[in-house]
Design a protein around this ligand. Structure first.
Ligand code: ATP
Ligand code: MG
Length: 267
């Protein structure tokens, strides 16, 4: 893919954290020469060892953390702060919702840039999305009145409501029960296709990565870089039962698991 075709172009970025000039403490290199690009509408899953720098990478992609070298280009413009058009679901859900707004009002807040919808239409859409992520009956509760996994699903509904061109998701389903997880995965796939949304999803779950993504990027341990970029050549549309039982799915699963197993543990 040439850079011109990419909606997101990560050009050889590097990032170190924790340095302190005052005490002379050296920074730790977290990301080392990492590059990949995403086409519009592509679904990319990122897997890698715990602590290798996945959250740091998403923060750099979202413009929430500056890179030390290289650059991130989104919609042909270098990212130097949080750009419009990027939505993020943070790994730390406890800090991502507005506590003084109800769950439905949090989701409506995600739609503030959508000029084509009236306020009642936004509220209706927000209730519909909350129902889809398994929160029917909790729409008018406040985030602090529901569990952590439920708060995370409100954050997912809010991010999906925004119809961002690029959605960055940091282990969004880690704290969600298996049945709801499958439902939210299918919602993610459907909405990404409907709005031709580009997604970059960090997950620990190799099966989830393969089920959702067009490409799985396997990261190395710290300082992290792209170890393997694997095309997920599975038939569309994906289906929770037949896709996961497909011989190609099982072969890809083995390939990714072997690769991850071969990595030394990050410390
Ligand atoms: N401010 C900081 N100063 C120094 N080191 C940091 C800082 N923030 C994060 N780190 C280290 O950077 C590494 C990468 O952290 P990061 O959260 O990006 O990893 P991750 O791959 O998302 O981990 P997990 O799989 O647990 O979510 C970790 O080893 C962490 O200890
Ligand atoms: Mg993380």
């Amino acid at each position: 893919m040439s850079s011109a075709d990419a909606i997101l172009d990560v050009q050889h970025i590097a990032k170190a954290l924790g340095g302190d000039a005052g005490s002379g403490r050296a920074a730790t290199s977290i990301i080392g020469d990492l590059a990949f690009a995403a086409r519009p509408g592509e679904f990319i899953a990122i897997v890698g060892p715990s602590g290798c720098g996945k959250t740091t990478l998403l923060m750099c992609l979202a413009g929430l953390m500056p890179v030390d070298s290289g650059r991130v280009v989104f919609e042909a413009k270098p990212v130097s702060g949080p750009p419009a058009g990027i939505g993020v679901v943070f790994q730390d859900y406890s800090r991502s919702l507005l506590p003084w707004r109800t769950n439905v009002a949090n989701v409506v807040f995600g739609m503030k840039r959508l000029a084509d919808l009236s306020e009642p239409q936004k509220a209706e859409r927000a209730r519909d999305l909350l129902q889809h992520v398994g929160l029917k009956g909790f729409e008018d509760f406040y985030p602090w009145q529901v569990s952590g996994g439920m708060q995370q699903r409100v954050a997912i509904a809010r991010a999906l409501a925004a119809r961002s061109h690029l959605l960055l998701l940091d282990e969004p389903l880690a704290a969600v029960d298996a049945q709801t997880r499958a439902e939210v995965q299918d919602l993610l796939l459907a909405l990404a296709a409907e709005y031709r949304q580009t997604c970059v999803l960090v997950t620990h779950d190799v099966d989830e990565a393969l089920y959702l993504a067009d490409r799985v990027i396997v990261l190395s341990q710290r300082p992290t870089r792209v170890l393997r970029d694997i095309a997920v050549d599975l038939p569309a549309p994906r289906d929770q039962l037949s896709t996961r039982a497909h011989p190609r799915f099982l072969a890809l699963r083995e390939e990714v698991l072997r690769l991850i197993k071969s990595l030394p543990k990050a410390h």
